[in-house]
Design a protein around this ligand. Sequence first.
Ligand SMILES: [Zn+2]
Ligand SMILES: [Zn+2]
Ligand SMILES: [Zn+2]
Length: 480
Amino acid sequence: MTAASATFAPGPEGPGADATASDTPDDFTRWETQIARTGYCIRPVRLHGRIDAIDLETGEIRPMYSTDGEPGGVLLTPCGNRRETVCPPCSDVYKRDARQLVKTGLAGGKGIPETIIEHPCVFTTLTAPSFGPVHSRRKRGKTILPCRPRRDAKQRRCPHGRDISCAIRHHENDPRLGRPLCPDCYDYDAAVLFNACAGELWRRFTINLPRRLAALTGVTQKWLHEHVAARYVKVAEYQARGVVHYHAVIRLDARGENYQPPPHGYTADLLCEAIRQAAAAVRLVLGPDADRPDMPALALGFGAQTDPRPIRHHNTTGQQLTVQAVANYIAKYATKTLTVPGLPDHRLRDALDTEHLTCSQHYRQMIIIAWRLGRPGACGEQLRKWAHMLGFGGHFLTKSHRYSVTFGQLRKARTEHRRAQHHPDGETDPWDRPLDDTVVLILTTWTVTGIGYRTKAEADLAMAAAARAREHDEWPTQAA
Ligand SMILES: [Zn+2]
Ligand SMILES: [Zn+2]
Ligand SMILES: [Zn+2]
């Protein structure tokens, strides 16, 4: 860690004893302040350590901060987990950062010029193709349509003799949604392999897109590469059928660092057309070969429903995508992971683990297939690692270079803001001089003593403090 860690120091409160051991009201208040500073993280990291300053001229060492002065001798810092199911307050901070990151790429701010608003920008979804009929909620306008009506008796039977029609207008929360009408007809291998290869398919799409832009505007790929940059941010979302798809914001800039508009003629409509063509052209052919007889030969690609739509900055028709809506949408999926009862939240260790799954039969089958395709020595070796994620091992939010700000920049800005609040007249070193890293060297030593609260009683107290803060509408306040 760097000197920035000093901002966690409570400063004026002074030294104290273990809050839970000696319950003096003062210690308790200080402990409460500490957990408030973690943004009421439910499993804070407990740190032990110190910060010292060394005068570069004289070599003198003076202490700046030590956890010895904290309640219990530890400093609590937020766990920073982005999953809603693991730590809601930290996930909330991540979600807000994701929203900022998407928004600054659309409307500017945080060092990105506001003129970015004029650049052609498109919201698109890249889905998976069909792996067999599943129960689905189809809509026309606001009307929910029957799931899979088939009048002809012949069309209603699959080769396994099962009825593969469904006249139900499924409710939003119907647990049948996404499940195959005939599990034997459903191509589980392909569904799992699509998840496993989704990242590679996206990568190929991003290579293909500039080629399409060049072809559509009659320039060489070299010219396009020198003048136009397609920048993006994307999130992965699981559909009910357990297959991921991507939502992406794609923007055209001039090549270079200054967020300049692309050359004349590179419009949002042109970008939509290039996206459609690039998505349709992506192919990834797998196996079979002698080394991996278990792997089916198959060509993977994206589904047909790409639906690219220009993002407008003024909502004129009510039908258009606005900056705020897109930012909220992406932020929502950045923290939402598949929350299905029984789906394991960590990696499987052995085949036995697949026998104790309590999720739906459909997800269970995907996990079993991922485990099988990932047997040692097979090309899908990584699949075992991600079996609990139905084969998908990619990141939930990724962005291209220079889409906008980074998560690191947003965190740094927050830390600096907090330092400025704590030290309105500027931070000073132990010699009472303005803190200057050309004058002193800051040395930090931290060890993690544990994660989460030490006792149930302590956790209960922390939750009670969080609840009180929520009542006063200060939650979550300032998690790092
Ligand atoms: Zn947390
Ligand atoms: Zn149905
Ligand atoms: Zn069938």
